[in-house]
Write a protein that binds this ligand. Structure first.
Ligand code: SAM
Length: 221
């Protein structure tokens, strides 16, 4: 991808400053700026404070498994959930269909400890999950297709950026169906705490602070 010689205030751009990569929105749209800083700030704190008994980790089955589950995060977005799980030891393939977001996450983890466990791929997760060879099917598929306003100001700002780039949410049914077919063990769907389940009653749910993780266990084979 060619580098622009100067910042264009009318366009979305990825701006590199040393090892920090920032996604900058058009000034006319409020100049959203999202950076994935692994050295300091909220993301770095979130990773340092992550524990194996956190709701997300419990929902993917991290606590119980003898070895960390292999995951596909099919809605990578800004990669925070994928990074958290990779930091906790899970091999994660993160799929994101918006090029700027996929590139931002890939650039943020490049050369860091997270790159050992986390791979970022640009593409449509419905097609990519369907195309997985049997040997590459993950234990767990994580879905976070929600776009509602949620959480604190930082989270809202990040969601605004995701929404502005990703456009309106589409029907999540094909993604859920592809996830169900691909996951050997479970599909985990992240929802706002008060939102109804995405795809009927889950096997069980794990409550987080502001969100809920609905867990759909694969039927026994
Ligand atoms: C709410 S964000 C995910 C936030 C993410 N959990 C995080 O920790 O930053 C949802 C993302 O899913 C992506 N997405 C939705 N459907 C997708 C699909 N079929 N394939 C790939 N990405 C998809 C959107 O582009 C958007 O960036």
């Amino acid at each position: 991808m060619p580098a622009a010689p100067v910042r264009d205030p009318g366009a979305w751009q990825l701006v590199r400053d040393g090892c920090r990569m920032t996604l900058c929105g058009p000034v006319a749209d409020g100049a959203l700026a999202i950076d994935l800083d692994l050295a300091q700030g909220p993301l770095s704190r979130r990773l340092r404070q992550a524990r194996g008994d956190d709701p997300l980790a419990r929902a993917v089955g991290l606590g119980k498994a003898a070895t960390p589950p292999r995951l596909v995060d099919a809605t990578a977005g800004l990669g925070r959930d994928a990074m958290t799980l990779a930091h906790l030891g899970c091999p994660v393939l993160a799929i994101e269909r918006v090029p700027a977001l996929a590139y931002l996450v890939a650039a943020a983890i490049e050369g860091t400890w997270l790159a050992r466990n986390l791979t970022v791929r640009l593409g449509d997760a419905v097609a990519m999950l369907a195309g997985l060879a049997d040997a590459n099917r993950p234990d767990v598929v994580l879905l976070d297709p929600m776009f509602e306003e949620q959480g604190n100001a930082q989270v809202k700002k990040a969601m605004q950026a995701c929404r502005a780039l990703a456009g309106p949410p589409d029907d999540p049914a094909p993604l859920f169906a592809a996830a169900r077919r691909a996951a050997r063990e479970r599909v985990v769907v992240k929802r706002e705490a008060s939102a109804p389940p995405l795809a009927g009653e889950p096997s069980f749910a794990v409550a987080g602070e502001r969100v809920r993780f609905d867990v759909y266990l694969a039927p026994p084979r």
